[in-house]
Design a protein around this ligand. Structure first.
Ligand SMILES: Cc1cc2nc3c(=O)[nH]c(=O)nc-3n(C[C@H](O)[C@H](O)[C@H](O)COP(=O)(O)OP(=O)(O)OC[C@H]3O[C@@H](n4cnc5c(N)ncnc54)[C@H](O)[C@@H]3O)c2cc1C
Length: 485
């Protein structure tokens, strides 16, 4: 086990993309095996030392940023144990990069679909946040692919759990660990929305116990290894940027694409005027008049690419764009260039926010499909009224846009904070979620309270205490640590 305590060296572990400042810890512990981690956790638990688990540090909510105690970094638990076409699954340690798993799977004609586009995210981090990505439009979030987890619990006990092994309900809510310790999970009262969400602990009546550990943000256990489901890799993917002169056209285009059964769409992503300007800064061929764009990927495995392109062409022209204002990639290499370009947008926004020195005001709201347009009009009206600088982009196919408010002064930062809360309230009133894929971390407690009330957060605190009675893991993630008192 490697232990680092030099302040200059460990400084990197006190950041992610949330811009939360002031993180600190006494040491960073880097286990090289699950048993090393187990011994460390036993000691930490006995000494009541707070432990923050660190993955790749690409999170957006400050959840890997420690405020005291020790950091456990998973970077050395990074072996790919098995990638099996016969089982359509991969077994990897938690510190494996998602990008690496994706490449190993693709080398065998398989696909790991849960990819948050950020190349340095770890598998453990994506499970702990229930990450999604552009392709979750077709494939769903990380949760769907988690078949088995190996974990070290807060007291150092090692525990392996497979999907289908334990079910939880309001009448049966116990998990028995190998030592015989029984964790009696207090049944929460909140109800999750019926859309993609990573807002706090997953709870449904008659649920698989493994789902409680997906999206737990390092508060219930340390995940050391996972078996993950894979799918067959499409033999061909057509990807495209379509540019529009009006944001409305991009939105109405998407609404129609979602209803079009003849297509096999993997992802549909939206970029507003600000995001298109960012693209323009990276590629001079972006049409001069473009004020919005859609990026999509289409599986052409069982389709004639020309016929598919004709259909897209019709849709594109029906919504006031044309093939002249459309870029198409057919080869894997060109698609890779498009994916990098798509990824450069959140990267550029994060850089801009970092330079501004203000905390991030970036929403992760998703709403039910029939409420999406109402949410979009609400955003538009709010920005017309406040004049705040903003950029909107993201997973429009799943009614999930990231609204980034970009304040340039303290006054604007205060207005941005207020507006973000208004957006959260509106989304919840429409049956939406305030965290569709990034989790809550230390940044979004207030919005989680809008969603589930103080009572719901207290229920989550009770669940955490059942697993971690000494309250050492991931403090202040999901809910304020004061609720554990
Ligand atoms: C440019 C950019 C684009 C992004 N796009 C997307 C996107 O499209 N979709 C999306 O979902 N996310 C996206 N993200 C967010 C981010 O990549 C995800 O949240 C990712 O899942 C975080 O993984 P990580 O390894 O970096 O975790 P970290 O940031 O290190 O940690 C995140 C949380 O996971 C916990 N954790 C980490 N490892 C473990 C473990 N082994 N056991 C228990 N808990 C653990 C930490 O304690 C923390 O609570 C993006 C980020 C950036 C910077």
């Amino acid at each position: 086990m490697i232990i680092k305590s030099d302040k200059d060296i460990i400084q990197n572990y006190f950041e992610d993309t949330s811009n939360i400042r002031g993180g600190h810890a006494d040491e960073v512990v880097i286990p090289e095996s699950s048993s090393e981690l187990a011994s460390f956790m036993k000691e930490a638990n006995a000494g009541r030392t707070p432990v923050t688990v660190s993955g790749g540090g690409t999170g957006t909510t400050g959840s890997r940023i420690p405020f005291g105690g020790a950091v456990v970094s998973m970077e050395r638990l990074n072996r790919t144990i098995d990638v099996s076409a016969a089982k359509m699954s991969a077994t990897v340690e938690a510190g494996v990069l998602v990008e690496e798993l994706k490449d190993s799977a693709e080398g065998r004609g398989l696909f790991y679909t849960s990819h948050p586009t950020e190349k340095t995210a770890f598998i453990g981090g994506t499970i702990a946040t229930n990450a999604s990505g552009a392709r979750s439009f077709k494939y769903g979030p990380t949760r769907k692919y988690v078949k088995r987890l190996k974990m070290v619990m807060a007291d150092g006990e090692e525990f392996e759990l497979s999907r289908g092994q334990i079910f939880l309900s309001k009448d049966k809510h116990e998990i028995k660990l190998p030592s015989g310790r029984v964790i009696d999970i207090p049944v929460p009262r909140y109800r999750m929305p019926n859309i993609k969400s990573s807002a706090g602990y997953f709870w449904k009546d008659c649920m698989d116990a493994i789902d409680l550990f997906v999206g737990q943000e390092g508060t219930l256990s340390v995940i050391t290894e996972a078996e993950l489901g894979l799918v067959t890799k499409p033999s061909g993917i057509l990807s495209s940027f379509v540019f529009f002169k009006e944001e409305e056209d991009a939105i109405s285009f998407t609404e129609e694409v979602k209803k079009e059964n003849a297509l096999d769409v993997l992802s549909i992503e939206y970029f507003d005027r600000g995001a298109v300007d960012t693209l323009r800064g990276r590629n001079k061929n972006v049409p001069a008049a473009a004020l919005a764009a859609i990026f999509f990927e289409q599986d052409v495995t069982r389709k004639d690419p020309d016929a598919v392109m004709d259909l897209w062409g019709e849709l594109i022209s029906r919504h006031n764009s044309s093939l002249d204002d459309t870029w198409v990639a057919m080869s894997e290499k060109d698609s890779g260039v498009f994916l990098d370009l798509r990824h450069s947008i959140p990267d550029a926004i994060n850089d801009r926010i970092k330079r501004s020195g203000f905390k991030k005001f970036s929403t992760d709201i998703a709403v039910p499909g029939n409420k999406f347009l109402e949410m979009v009009f609400y955003y538009r009206q709010a920005f017309n009224e406040t004049g705040l600088s903003h950029t909107i982009f993201g997973h429009i196919g799943e009614n999930h846009l990231h609204v980034n408010i970009l304040p340039g002064s303290q006054k604007e930062a205060e207005a941005a904070k207020k507006l973000s809360l208004e957006f959260a309230k509106k989304a919840v009133s429409l049956g939406g979620t305030i965290a569709a894929e990034h989790g809550i971390g230390k940044l979004k407690h207030e919005y989680l309270e809008v969603m589930y009330g103080r009572e719901g957060m207290m229920d989550m605190a009770r669940i955490k205490k059942a697993f971690d009675p000494n309250c050492i893991l991931g403090l202040d993630n999901i809910f304020p640590k004061e609720l554990l008192a």
